[in-house]
Structures are given as C-alpha cells and as structure tokens.
Design a protein around this ligand. Structure first.
Ligand code: GLN
Length: 290
C-alpha cells in the first residue's frame, strides 16, 4: 500500500466476499478521504498519491474490521443523519436514509399547517436521530423520546449534547407502557419501531444481521405488527385532537398497518414510498369529532 491506487486494489481484494464491487468502491473512497483528509474528488484525481506509513497502518486496521462485516459507521463511531452529526455504536441502529425521508415528512407537515409549538413523542428513539433532527428544525416543540435500552438512551443523550438540543429522554418499554411522560398528550407521535421478520432477515446483509441491535430490528414471526399495535393503542389516548401519527413501516405490511390505524379511528391515512419506491411510511390524523 504505497499509493492510493494500491489502497483501492487491497480493499477491492480484501472485501470481495463481503460487499458488491460498487459498494467496495464507495467504502474505499469514504475511508481514504477520511484518513487522508482529502475530498472524494481529490482521492479520485490523484491515484498515484503516496500514503504515509501511519496512514497505511490506519487503513489496514479499518480494512480488517470491514472484512468481518462490521459497518463502517460503527468502526468510525459516527455518521450523519439529516445533515447532523451522530455518534453510533452497536447498541443503536445506524440511522437510515429512509428515516430521513420520514423526518422530512414530519417537518413539512408541521410547517404546512403553520404549527409552531406543541409536544412531540418519538417512540424507540435509538441513536436519537428522529427526535434530535426534529428539535433542530422545529425548535418551538417540546420533544420527548423513549427507548427500552439504557445504552441506546445514553448514546441518544450524547447525540443531543453534540447537537446542542434539549430532549426529554425516558427509559420505557412501549409494550408495557406506564405513562411516566410529563405531557399526557402530544401533537405528534413518531416511530420507527422494529419491523424486520425472519423472512426479511434471510435477504439482509451480515453487516446488519450480525452487528446491529436485534432488539431494534426484529419482530416475532407470529406477530409482526406487535409494536404498531401497541403504539397505535397508546396514540389513541395520547394524541391531541388533530394530532398526527407517523410511522416507518415494513413494505410488506402496509395494508395491514393502514387497517390497524383505521380500525382505531385514525383518518386521512397516507402511505408514502421511500427513495427505492417501497411502501415505507405512513401518516395518520386523529380527530375525535369525526
Ligand atoms: N430499515 C431497517 C433495515 O432495513 C429496519 C429498521 C427497523 O426495523 N425499524 O435494516
């Protein structure tokens, strides 16, 4: 590994069993630009650029971790979500681009209706990515976020400090929820709960299934909507009139999730696709006067 070209060659060979060629290319570009402090364009433009021995040492260590299937975000201990920095570790799910689309939908819905204040609850906050990016863009709202995992909540708190926002983080299990929450009603409840089934798992990369927290991902085979049922139930009593519920969902259960919401009295239920065209998120309104 004397030049950037060699680094690309070594990463390509070392990772061929773990990732597709285009993924290896993207990962290598990201790693080099971070370690050598260069832009991606510079990395591409100077394949003959020499790499120092201390840089080689770092690159070799990263390559060996990547070979195990460990996601780069966990190796780096950080990622970006909605343009904001987040610390991540194996106790929290790595924030996904689909979830950025959900956040965008919440923010645009709030702005469209000229709502400036109120309370928002994020259920299963993980790294805190939803709660923190909402607070950043909707500063007039008071935001609470719950999670069952103490370790996840510690990471979420660190991330709130990193982004200098104030969020009320609460340890709670939505499946056995006793409302310790200060605001008994919320204008908005949002959640990206676990929704991956065993059938989905067989299609997933080992960098997800072997490294990310199973409690954030998987649902029992016999009850894939267990979290959606519990959250909808909770939301019926804890959303204000004309309050909104937002879900990230499993694309294979969009109809059932809509039915669940409609049976509980939610109206104006909208389904949206993510950037890959998959049914990925739902917005629903609660209006007790209807
Ligand atoms: N979208 C995530 C994945 O594909 C799953 C997130 C979740 O279960 N809430 O890994």
């Amino acid at each position: 590994m004397n030049t950037l070209k060699d680094v690309f060659a070594d990463f390509k060979k070392g990772l061929e069993k773990v990732y597709e060629p285009n993924e290896i290319e993207a990962l290598t570009l990201l790693v080099i630009s971070e370690i050598l402090n260069l832009s991606k364009a510079q990395v591409k433009a100077f394949p003959e650029k020499e790499v120092s021995s201390s840089q080689v040492e770092k690159l070799v260590n990263i390559l060996s971790e990547l070979k195990s299937g460990k996601p780069l975000q966990y190796i780096a201990g950080k990622t970006e979500f909605y343009g904001l920095p987040f610390n991540v570790n194996p106790s929290v799910l790595i924030p996904r681009p689909e979830t950025e689309e959900l956040v965008e939908w919440v923010i645009s819905s709030v702005r469209k209706e000229n709502r400036a204040t109120g309370a928002i609850l994020d259920i299963g906050t993980g790294s805190g990515c939803i709660a923190i990016s909402l607070k950043e863009h909707l500063p007039g709202f008071e935001i609470s976020a719950i999670d069952i995992s103490i370790k996840a909540l510690q990471t979420a708190k660190e991330n709130a400090e990193l982004n200098q926002v104030d969020i009320d983080f609460i340890e709670a299990d939505i499946l056995n929820f006793k409302s310790e929450i200060e605001h008994s009603k919320f204008e908005i409840i949002v959640s990206n709960p676990p929704y991956v089934t065993l059938a989905d798992k067989t299609q997933m990369h080992i960098n997800v299934t072997d490294f990310e927290p199973h409690s954030a991902l998987f649902v029992p085979e016999n009850d894939p909507l267990i979290f959606y049922k519990a959250i909808t139930e909770y939301a019926v009593d804890h959303i204000t009139d004309n309050g909104m519920l937002f879900f990230e969902i499993n694309e294979n259960y969009s109809e059932q999730t809509i039915e669940l919401l409609s049976n509980k009295g939610f109206i104006n239920i909208e389904l949206r696709q993510d950037m890959s065209g998959r049914d990925r998120m739902i917005k629903a309104l609660l209006n007790s006067f209807v």
